[in-house]
Design a protein around this ligand. Structure first.
Ligand SMILES: Nc1nc2c(ncn2[C@@H]2O[C@H](COP(=O)(O)OP(=O)(O)OP(=O)(O)O)[C@@H](O)[C@H]2O)c(=O)[nH]1
Ligand SMILES: [Mg+2]
Length: 301
């Protein structure tokens, strides 16, 4: 008889309020950036899978949009996508920002009470606490609820405590075959990965309503053999024509900055020279129109 190595695998959703550090946590659990991050809430817009593999364990993490009181059609679909992730998973990571406790946490508590899925509570951003003893009443408050398999204080940003998350998940997840080749870190198509990286730079460089009014679509990715570069053409859509000027900037300075930052990251990711051709167009009221959302190719539910 041959020795059989038993593998464990499963899907784990990372949920929480906006800006608590879900995407940062995913990237640092994987050791590779697959989900964009910004200091502004509502950065993640659709579910992003990140695949973690070690020896006999494979975890498919699903980073989700922050759960919030959505107003536009688009934001409602974002939240729906986060809630839908809960249905297909073997376990849940609920991320709470210990440095910014919010009453809306109750919405998520209610969701967790309704599911029968094993849930780990991740108390994130502990690096921001001046005194670690501040954690004790928080742990106490949540432990009383008897809802969590474990309560794990971490700093996603500093990769502190992340091995504990993996070890706890290993205990919970069932035996089963790997879903993906161990070399894979995400199943996000390249065009969407590129669009997200460009959008991250827009989030970083613009303010107020502007980042939320922007959607990015990659039109084409083509080899130019004689020039040994990868030619990427993408459009930055804004919601109103009046916003085009903000994205282009004085003398084209803003668009140039977005393009340079995105190109540098893409060259690092794809390990090759990139020519990034960026266009700016208005797609009036795209956040409220289903046909526009489809045209933009955003993979919502
Ligand atoms: N100090 C500190 N900052 C963190 C930590 N984790 C994330 N952040 C910061 O918090 C902000 C939000 O991080 P994201 O990872 O984008 O948060 P998110 O929960 O994915 O946000 P949405 O996608 O908008 O729901 C960024 O500025 C991060 O750098 C942490 O452990 N410590
Ligand atoms: Mg996010």
């Amino acid at each position: 008889m041959t020795d059989q190595i038993n593998t464990k695998s499963g899907i784990v959703a990372i949920i929480g309020l906006p800006n608590v550090g879900k995407s940062t946590l995913l990237n640092n659990l994987l050791g590779t950036k697959v989900s964009i991050v910004s200091s502004k809430p509502q950065t993640t817009r659709f579910n992003i899978r990140g695949i973690y593999t070690r020896e006999n364990l494979q975890i498919i993490f699903v980073d989700t949009p922050g759960i919030h009181d959505a107003k536009s059609l688009f934001n409602k679909l974002m939240v729906k996508s986060a809630l839908q992730a809960l249905e297909e998973v073997d376990a849940i990571l609920w991320v709470v920002d210990v440095a910014d406790r919010r009453s809306e946490e109750q919405w998520i508590l209610d969701l967790i009470k309704k599911t029968s899925k094993p849930t780990l509570l991740i108390l994130n951003k502990i690096d921001l606490l001046r005194d670690k003893r501040e954690l004790l009443p928080v742990i106490d408050q949540f432990a009383k609820l008897n809802l969590f398999e474990a309560i794990i204080p971490v700093s996603g940003l500093k990769s502190d405590g992340l091995d504990i998350i993996i070890n706890e998940l290993e205990k919970i997840l069932p035996e089963g075959p790997f879903y993906y080749d161990p070399d894979y870190v995400t199943d996000l198509p390249l065009k969407l990965q590129v669009a997200e990286i460009i959008r991250e730079k827009v989030f970083m460089l613009t303010y107020q309503e502007v980042p939320y009014s922007v959607a990015v679509k990659v039109e084409s990715i083509k080899e130019i053999p004689e020039k040994k570069v990868l030619h990427i053409e993408a459009t930055i859509f804004v919601e109103r024509s009046s916003q085009k000027g903000i994205i282009i900037g004085k003398g084209g300075q803003m668009l140039k900055k977005i393009g340079t930052l995105a190109r540098e990251e893409l060259e690092h990711l794809l390990k090759r020279k990139i020519f990034l051709d960026l266009w700016v167009k208005a797609l009036e009221g795209w956040r409220e129109r289903e046909s526009h959302l489809r045209r933009l190719g955003i993979p919502l539910v």
